[in-house]
Design a protein around this ligand. Structure first.
Ligand code: 13P
Length: 257
């Protein structure tokens, strides 16, 4: 199982900046091996980025989608549109969607099922807020998000799924979870996967960590047994830092200790 490193550009970069970054990644990642890499640009930059990255191994994902395939949903974007434009992946349940835009577990579950039914691969994000961690509720919260988000999702869909553990208090704060804190939750998520889908299937699902990932902390996070990739926000907006994270991941896989 190759680790999966994804850059979530969020609502950043001009058209020119996005095109330049995509071209730089195309060139910079040409020889990369043993790591799967993806980027999630804003909706409007998807066609251009898909065009630049066509024929490369770099995956392109959207940051969100609606659960209906079409209709009167002003301002929304559907799964079939994402497929049309060339996306292979979609991020669902990101904490900014949950907490700034009121997305519920049940909305995320509907989106997840639609995306999987369309053949889009899903990066399913979950994670606790600071007050929940401080209140000792981390496991309860991620378990609720996991169970509700994956309700009705069968084992056959699991190869299309990546889980991203992103503690809300670590996102954009410069305060990443320690490798031990992250591993504790990743281990718990692996147990939840085992209980729901069996050991073999569970062992094949990649669980990414996200939240203030940098070139400096990527290696120690990836050294944990259940951290199988990274979901990178701020550090994915600059060619140098994102490439460094990918190359650190590649090195880590070649010499695991
Ligand atoms: P930062 O890496 O900027 O903390 O963002 C993490 C994130 O939310 C990725 O989806």
């Amino acid at each position: 199982m190759n680790p999966f490193v994804v850059g979530n550009w969020k609502m950043n970069l001009s058209l020119e900046e996005a095109s330049t970054l995509a071209m730089d990644l195309r060139q910079g990642l040409e020889g990369v091996d043993g790591v799967e890499v993806g980027v999630c640009p804003p909706f409007v930059w998807l066609p251009g980025v898909c065009f630049v990255l066509m024929g490369t191994k770099i995956r392109v994902g959207a940051q969100n989608m609606h659960w209906e395939k079409k209709g009167a949903f002003t301002g929304e974007v559907s799964g079939p549109m994402l497929k049309d434009v060339g996306c292979t992946h979609v991020l669902l349940g990101h904490s900014e969607r949950r907490h700034l835009f009121g997305e519920t577990d049940s909305m995320i579950n509907k989106k997840l099922k639609t995306a999987l039914s369309l053949g889009l691969k899903v990066i399913f994000c979950l994670g606790e807020r600071l007050e929940e961690r401080e209140g000792g509720e981390t496991f309860t919260v991620v378990e609720r998000q996991f169970t509700a988000g994956l309700e009705g999702v069968g084992q056959e869909a699991l190869p299309e799924l990546t889980i991203a553990y992103e503690p809300v208090w670590a996102i954009g704060t410069g305060k990443n979870a320690t490798p031990e804190q992250a591993q504790e939750v990743h281990g718990h998520l692996r147990n939840l996967l085992e209980n729901k889908y069996g050991n073999e299937t569970a062992s094949q699902v990649r669980i990414q960590y996200g939240g203030s990932v940098t070139p400096e902390n990527a290696g120690e996070l990836l050294a944990q047994p259940d951290i199988n990739g990274l979901l990178v926000g701020g550090a994915s907006l600059k060619k140098d830092s994102f490439l460094k994270i990918v190359f650190t991941t590649q090195e880590r896989m070649r010499s695991p200790i």
